[in-house]
Ligand binder design. Sequence first.
Ligand SMILES: Nc1ncnc2c1ncn2[C@@H]1O[C@H](COP(=O)(O)OP(=O)(O)OP(=O)(O)O)[C@@H](O)[C@H]1O
Length: 264
Amino acid sequence: MSEAQAPDTRTPKIRLRGLKKSFNGKPVLDGVDLDVMPGRSMVILGGSGTGKSVTIKCILGLIEPDEGTIEIDGRNVLTMSRRERAAVLDRTGMLFQNGALFDSLPVWENVCFKLLAQGRISREKARQRAVEALVDVGLGMGVGEMDPASLSGGMQKRVALARAIASQPDIIFFDEPTTGLDPIMGAVIDGLIVDCVKRLGATAVTITHDMASARRIGDDAAMLHKGRIVWTGPAAELGHTGNPLVDQFARGEREGPIAMELRR
Ligand SMILES: Nc1ncnc2c1ncn2[C@@H]1O[C@H](COP(=O)(O)OP(=O)(O)OP(=O)(O)O)[C@@H](O)[C@H]1O
């Protein structure tokens, strides 16, 4: 492969610099810096209400930050035209915390909702694409015709995963993918996430409080604390990083720097 054709593995897929966001004068993000390299799986950790979801929503264009830059493939999406930004965001997928499936639509329409809404695909092709995505997450073809409400929690998560991958995105966000699942189903979903992300060659960003899940899904991890990323490193080291904040959080210990701050 010539140098011009070689994939650029040095430019981060996502680069956040100095990202700030306040709500009603209260800072939530206070200068977030984060790099997610292409094809890597990044897990973002942090206590409840520290701004993990706000960070992801800023990247997805659902919340406008007050300051900072958000680069995707080296280009600042915040200064792009609406059209350019929409084209970049079209290449992303998202698995929402509660699945966010529409009960009024059969599963297959949920899976291909984005493609259908954008008129990018015929209904016949969408149905076919949905069945393929459902098979990829271990669901039978018949599930496509069912109502989401009639499915178990684990099956709903699989459908939500099928929806996240159906448009074959190159960046996928997972918000608490194992919340509400028993530990075995959680491990199954994690395995599917890893397989699907690998198959697509996608870059993944996951928010989770589940440390077993973080170690299974993540290559890299980052900890958000007091509006900033205070640590990044290998997900496999969580609990043994040598950073007292991260290790306390990862081990779920009551005593440590985080508890002391809460007591003040
Ligand atoms: N649209 C909004 N308007 C006002 N405040 C908001 C808005 N979105 C988020 N917040 C506030 O920002 C803070 C961070 O919220 P966020 O949902 O990002 O936390 P989180 O780290 O994802 O927490 P959790 O782990 O509990 O899901 C919270 O105090 C929340 O109330």
